[in-house]
Design a protein around this ligand. Structure first.
Ligand code: SF4
Length: 408
C-alpha cells in the first residue's frame, strides 16, 4: 500500500462528516482557562458570524484553493458534496452568549452548504445564559442536545474560578431546557477546583445524578501555566485559590469513587471522561476518538480529513478579515505520518472503554506490541481480551502514563 493510501483505507468509505463550529466569545475569563477564547467586544460578534456563514457556504472553493482534499478517497479529492453531515457541535467559548438568531443563521448556512442528515446537533451553553426565549429558539433552530457547563454545584468553587453562574442557575437552566423539549442534556463537572473537598465533590455529584441528564462529563482539572490559576500555582499568591487546589492523588481517588457511583446509577462509562445513559453517547465527540473525519470552522477550529490536520487562525478578528477577503486563514497544517497516526490510534482509541483492536492496528501499521504487554498486564494497567486491548478500569485516572508506556 502506498504511504498516501493507507490511512484512507483506515477511514474507509466514510461518507459522513462531523462539523465543529468555534464561537470564541466569553463573558469573562475563568481563572483556569487556557483556551484561545476571550472577552471580545460584542461588536465583533456580527462580522464574525457573517464570516463563519461565508466559510460554511463557500467551503468547497476555500478548500479547493487551499488544496485540501475531501475525506472520500485519494482518487477523487474534490467531492465534499458527496458527504453527509450527521453531527454538528457549536462550542467555544460560550456559544449561548450569542443572539439565538445568529446561531439559527449558522445552522441555516450548514443546511444550505452541505448535504445534512443531522443525528445530533449540540450547543454548548453556560447556565446563566439560558432563558425561556433562547431555549425555544435553539430548539427551533434544530439543536437536539445542550452541553451545559455546570462545573460544580458549590457556589464557593464557582465564584473562586470566575464562573458567572451559581448552583441555582444550573437548576433553572435544566428546567428551562427540558421545558423547551431538548431530548438530550449533557452536564459536566470539574474535579480539582480550588476549595473542592471530597465532601463538596460528592455533593456536586449527588446533585448532578438527581438531575439525571442523558450524558455526564467529568474532567480532572489540569492546571495550566498559561492560565491565571496556573501562574499562581507556580509563582504563589492568594487571589485565585491556588493554595486550595486539591492534590492530584485526592482527585484521582474522587474520580475512581465517581466511576462507581455513576455505574451504580446506570450510566455507561464509555470514554475516560464521559458517561451516558444507554443509547446516549456523544456522537460528534465520538468521531474524534475514532479518527473519523470532521471539519472545524471558525477561529482556531481544527479539522481532519484522514491525511491532514489543519487549524484556522486563532484571532477572531484576523479570521473574520481573512474570510471576508476570500481566503481561508490556515494557521497550522500538517500531513499525518504513519507514526503519528499510530500514536493517535493509541492515545485516542484507548480513551474509549471499548478498547482498541490490537490485531488490526498491528497488521495495519506493521508493529508488534506483544513484547510490551506482559509488563503492563502484570502491573494491572491494561486488559487484553482476545484482540481487544483496553485500559484497566482502576488505571483510568492515570491513562496518559499507561498509553505512553505502550508506545515506548
Ligand atoms: S467559559 Fe469556557 S472558554 Fe470561556 S473562559 Fe470559561 S472555561 Fe474558558
Amino acid at each position: 500500500m502506498l504511504e498516501s493510501d493507507w490511512n484512507w483505507a483506515r477511514i474507509g468509505p466514510a461518507m459522513n462528516l462531523g462539523i465543529y463550529i468555534q464561537l470564541p466569545f466569553c463573558q469573562s475569563k475563568c481563572t483556569y482557562c487556557n483556551f484561545h477564547t476571550g472577552v471580545f467586544p460584542e461588536s465583533l460578534q456580527h462580522p464574525y458570524v457573517s464570516a463563519l456563514c461565508r466559510e460554511i457556504s463557500g467551503h468547497r472553493s476555500f478548500y479547493a484553493a487551499a488544496g485540501i482534499a475531501a475525506p472520500v478517497g485519494v482518487m477523487d479529492g474534490n467531492c465534499w458534496a458527496h458527504l453527509t453531515v450527521d453531527t454538528v457541535y457549536l462550542g467555544g467559548g460560550t456559544p449561548s452568549l450569542l443572539p439565538a438568531s445568529s446561531l439559527a443563521a449558522i445552522m441555516d448556512a450548514l443546511r444550505g452548504g452541505f448535504h445534512c442528515a443531522i443525528d445530533e446537533a449540540t450547543l454548548e451553553a453556560d447556565p446563566e445564559t439560558v432563558t425561556p426565549q433562547k431555549a425555544a429558539a435553539w430548539r427551533e433552530a434544530g439543536f437536539t442536545r445542550i452541553s451545559l457547563g455546570a462545573q460544580s454545584f458549590q457556589d464557593k468553587e464557582l465564584a473562586a474560578t470566575g464562573r458567572q453562574h451559581r448552583r441555582a442557575d444550573t437548576y433553572r437552566a435544566v428546567d428551562l431546557l427540558r421545558a423547551a423539549g431538548f431530548p438530550q442534556l449533557s452536564l459536566d463537572l470539574i474535579l480539582g477546583l480550588p476549595h473542592q473537598t471530597a465532601e463538596t465533590f460528592q455533593d456536586s455529584l449527588s446533585r448532578l445524578l438527581d438531575l439525571r441528564p442523558q450524558h455526564i462529563s467529568l474532567y480532572m482539572l489540569e492546571v495550566d501555566g498559561n492560565s491565571r490559576l496556573g501562574r499562581e500555582v507556580i509563582q504563589g499568591g492568594e487571589r485565585y485559590g491556588a493554595a486550595a487546589v486539591p492534590s492530584e492523588d485526592l482527585v484521582a481517588d474522587w474520580f475512581d469513587h465517581a466511576c462507581e457511583r455513576l455505574a451504580a446509577a446506570g450510566y455507561e462509562h464509555y470514554e475516560i471522561s464521559n458517561w451516558a445513559l444507554p443509547g446516549c453517547r456523544a456522537l460528534h465527540n465520538s468521531k474524534y476518538w475514532n479518527r473519523a473525519p470532521y471539519l472545524g470552522m471558525g477561529a482556531g477550529a481544527h479539522s481532519f480529513n484522514g491525511i491532514e490536520r489543519w487549524a484556522n487562525a486563532h484571532d477572531p478578528a484576523a479570521y473574520a478579515a481573512a474570510i471576508t477577503a476570500g481566503a481561508l486563514p490556515i494557521e497550522q497544517r500538517s500531513s499525518v505520518t504513519r507514526e503519528q497516526a499510530l500514536e493517535e490510534e493509541i492515545f485516542l482509541g484507548l480513551r474509549l472503554l471499548d478498547g482498541i483492536d490490537l490485531s488490526r492496528i498491528e497488521a495495519e501499521y506493521g508493529v508488534n506490541f506483544r513484547d510490551r504487554l506482559p509488563r503492563l498486564l502484570e502491573a494491572g494497567a491494561i486488559e487484553l481480551t482476545g484482540r481487544i486491548l483496553r485500559l484497566a478500569p482502576a488505571r483510568l485516572a492515570a491513562s496518559n502514563e499507561v498509553m505512553a508506556e505502550l508506545l515506548t
